[in-house]
Design a protein around this ligand. Structure first.
Ligand code: NAD
Length: 456
């Protein structure tokens, strides 16, 4: 069989499995999630090893940003599944006397999940949790740039799920193109904006609904009334976790000119404290995923004055945490998502200026604001559109199942996590139940009896 025929056979088996109703039982979904949770726990060591091989991720990062977060997500889904999957009665309209209404969640059917390389385990499994919870079958396509995690995902899924329910198809762009040519019932894509457009275009041929979890340049505003030391610590953590290869990492700083000097010196101190004087030799510091990314990123060094870092080691593909000052708005580093450990700094004198700077650019996936003023917080939330974010912190909004996670505009469409993952993979079917005990003649054409109630 050709690769295309294999994919078609797999999808056709999944469709048949779905149509036979095997994914309908809520208890069955709960049990599948339990199997997944157990397998992740049992394979914790192997997952950490694979993440280390692909990205040099430390055990701390592997657990806190990939494994632990997933175990929580699965438990949360299991705990709430019955409630989410239950049909919900709704009120009826005055004009609909005699009826009852309910909303019945139903799985879309066959789901395609395409994952990126930066959190290659978490970003493959997290949407899968939603797909299974909502009662879909799924084909998962991991990123070819994290080959060790891709292989591990394939083995893990094969061990615990029948291929008719969940299957992993490994491969690169060509494999993805073959998958995207097929008719799925929903597609969940995490990756870059350009590929997101390709996915949406392919989905439009079948009118397949899509969830697009994309990227972009996420601003981080440090206002003059912020707690500067704590802000520096939280920004250092958010920017340099996974060496900046995080979709919601602060991409660039907008610092109030009154506090810029003090803030930057605190930021340098925090980065050094977290990643040591010589981060290139720090075993727990992630590397760039590929030479291509390494080259793209080191080119940015010349876009400003490196007041920290600005060094890199080609052999290990590591780039030191770098703060770039004196960056112009039209510099290359300010035109595309950085996705690496380079942090350009811009300054502003007036908050409106900072807000306008963000408003005229594509809507970001995340926004971070550091301030002690409720009024400033309110102003930014009201005036700036962004996917999600934090006040006085970075990244943490992604790690709670109570907040929907996703982008807006160019940074994506749809959202997930917790209940929102269940919703992302569900259709909400509206059902109106009409009484047969009576009828109103006036609702029919040529009614002669006005408002007459016809008893039956
Ligand atoms: P990518 O878009 O290059 O790749 C994502 C997936 O698409 C991979 O599985 C890849 O095989 C496939 N792909 C790549 N090129 C393709 C093509 N031409 N046609 C069809 N399929 C193709 O993204 P990436 O480099 O893996 O990840 C980095 C990007 O992902 C960044 O922009 C980042 O912000 C974004 N991201 C977003 C989130 C989020 O949750 N919103 C999370 C992580 C990463």
């Amino acid at each position: 069989m050709t690769a295309e025929e294999q994919i078609q056979a797999l999808l056709s088996n999944q469709r048949a499995y779905f149509l036979k109703g095997y994914t309908r039982s809520v208890q069955g979904r709960y049990d599948q999630l339990g199997k997944l949770r157990l397998a992740i726990k049992e394979k914790e060591r192997a997952i950490m090893d694979a993440l280390n091989k692909d990205l040099n991720k430390s055990e701390f990062e592997a657990y806190s940003t990939e494994i632990g977060i997933l175990l929580e997500e699965i438990s949360f889904s299991q705990k709430n599944l019955k409630k989410w999957a239950a049909p919900k009665k709704v009120k009826t309209a005055m004009t609909h006397i005699g009826t009852t209404g309910k909303i019945v969640p139903e799985p879309f059917g066959t789901a395609l999940i395409i994952a990126p390389w930066n959190y290659p385990f978490q970003l493959a499994i997290s949407p899968l949790v939603g797909a299974i919870a909502a009662g879909n079958t799924a084909i998962l396509k991991p990123s070819e740039f994290a080959p060790n995690v891709s292989k591990l995902l394939k083995n893990l899924v094969e061990e615990i799920f029948p291929a008719e329910l969940v299957a992993v198809v490994e491969g690169g762009i060509e494999t993805n193109q073959l998958l995207l040519a097929e008719k799925f019932d929903t597609i969940f894509f995490t990756g870059s904006v350009p590929v997101g457009k390709i996915v949406m275009e392919a989905a439009s041929k079948h009118l397949t609904p899509v969830t697009l979890e994309l990227g972009g340049k996420s601003p981080c505003i440090i206002h003059k009334d912020a707690d500067l030391k704590l802000s520096a610590k939280r920004i250092a953590f958010g920017k340099f976790t996974n060496a900046g290869q995080t979709c919601i990492a602060p991409d660039y700083l907008l610092v109030h000119s009154d506090v810029k000097k003090e803030f930057l010196s605190l930021l340098q101190a925090e980065i050094t404290e977290m990643f040591s004087e010589n981060p290139l030799l720090n075993e727990n510091y992630s590397r760039m995923i590929s030479e291509k990314h390494f080259n793209r990123l080191t080119e940015f060094f010349s876009d400003g004055k490196a007041i920290l870092g600005g060094t890199a080691d080609r052999d290990s593909l590591k780039i030191a945490p770098t703060i770039l000052d004196e960056v112009k708005a039209d510099a290359a580093v300010m035109q595309e998502e950085i996705f690496g450990p380079i942090l350009p700094v811009m300054e502003y004198a007036d908050l409106d200026e900072a807000i306008t700077f963000i408003q005229v650019r594509p809507k970001p996936l995340a926004l971070y604001l550091f301030t002690s003023s409720k009024q400033t917080e309110q102003q930014v939330i009201e005036q700036v559109s962004f996917g999600g974010g934090c006040i006085n912190d970075t990244l943490m909004h992604i790690a709670t199942p109570h907040l929907p996670f996703g982008g807006v505009g160019e940074s994506g469409m749809g959202n997930y996590h917790g209940k929102y993952s269940f919703e992302a993979f569900s259709h909400y079917k509206s059902v109106l139940h009409q009484t047969t005990k009576f009828d109103f003649s006036f609702r029919y054409p040529n009614a002669k009896n006005g408002l007459k109630l016809i008893r039956r």
